[in-house]
Design a protein around this ligand. Structure first.
Ligand SMILES: C[S@@+](CC[C@H](N)C(=O)[O-])C[C@H]1O[C@@H](n2cnc3c(N)ncnc32)[C@H](O)[C@@H]1O
Length: 270
């Protein structure tokens, strides 16, 4: 695979930097999910769809020297980036593996916990992947997924039709690539069908005004992805410019708010 590695957003240096900052913005929510999943020292944890491994590096500290993290991603570029970070930090308890969630056998690592953040929204058949993971888990092992649900609830205060237009374009581009930004709402059904008992469903979303971390997060996303939406015909250049102007007006309004799309953490146990 090349620089884009088949990943919708492209594993470019700009995207790697965005993922690093995204991890800062969502770390506290993510850690809350890991606590609900029972992540602890000494465990074997799989980080499925780990990207460049920002979560994997945190997990390495949580499982400690007696535990291990198996960090799996389909992108060669992402796994190479993780390998560099592991070398730089002399981290020995993380194994980076290039692999596809639809083909890899996770059972060989006997994981205590499988974690997956923002992978399922890219998968054409999330039910099949849940089943595959569930089949690889031993009784008592856990799957915890963090992803989008009911994405079109994203909005701003004050709102404007251009906001809904832009995020609808994001949503449609995801669906046309075979994914779904509503995926997390169906996870309890998929877990149940795969023999996983749902032990927690946690709302992990955020809202914030100009200058807040979540504002920075969505501003960066727009800067990187809206030009692609124009290139692919989901938005016109005029619409992109109108969104830019509206966003600038919000940034001048100390009362403005951005409501991130709903994000759910779903934890299931075999
Ligand atoms: C939005 S990134 C999230 C990365 C990381 N989980 C995080 O939260 O920082 C999505 C990742 O899923 C990976 N991915 C997409 N489809 C995949 C598949 N079928 N199997 C494995 N990885 C996949 C992409 O290569 C990309 O690194």
């Amino acid at each position: 695979m090349g620089e884009h590695d088949g990943y919708l957003l492209g594993m470019t240096p700009g995207e790697v930097a965005r993922l690093a900052d995204q991890h800062e913005v969502w770390r506290e929510r993510t850690t809350r999910l890991w606590t609900l999943a029972g992540v602890a020292a000494g465990q074997t944890v799989v980080d499925l769809g780990c990207g460049p491994g920002f979560t994997s590096l945190d997990l390495a500290g949580l499982v400690g020297p007696a535990g291990r993290v198996v960090a799996v991603d389909a992108s060669k570029t992402a796994i190479a980036q993780l390998a560099r970070a592991l070398g730089d930090r002399a981290i020995a308890n993380v194994i980076g593996v290039e692999g596809n969630a639809g083909a890899i056998d996770l059972g060989v690592w006997s994981p205590d916990v499988v974690l997956s953040r923002w992978l399922f929204c890219f998968l054409p058949d999330p039910a099949a992947i849940v089943r595959r993971i569930a089949d690889a888990l031993a009784p008592g092992a856990t799957l915890a997924v963090m992803d989008y649900a009911h994405y079109l609830a994203v909005d701003t205060q004050p709102s404007a039709p251009i906001v809904r237009r832009v995020f609808r374009a994001v949503y449609d581009s995801w669906a046309d690539a075979g994914g779904s930004l509503d995926v997390a709402g169906l996870l309890p059904t998929h877990f149940d069908a795969a023999g996983l008992r749902v032990i927690a469903v946690e709302s992990l979303s955020q809202a914030g005004g100009p200058g807040s971390p979540v504002w920075r997060w969505v501003s960066t996303f727009q800067r990187l992805y809206l030009p692609t939406l124009v290139e692919k015909g989901y938005l016109t250049e005029d619409e992109r410019a109108a969104m830019g102007e509206f966003w600038a007006s919000l940034e001048a309004d100390p009362g403005a708010l951005f409501f991130a799309p709903p994000i759910l953490g779903v934890v299931g146990r075999k």
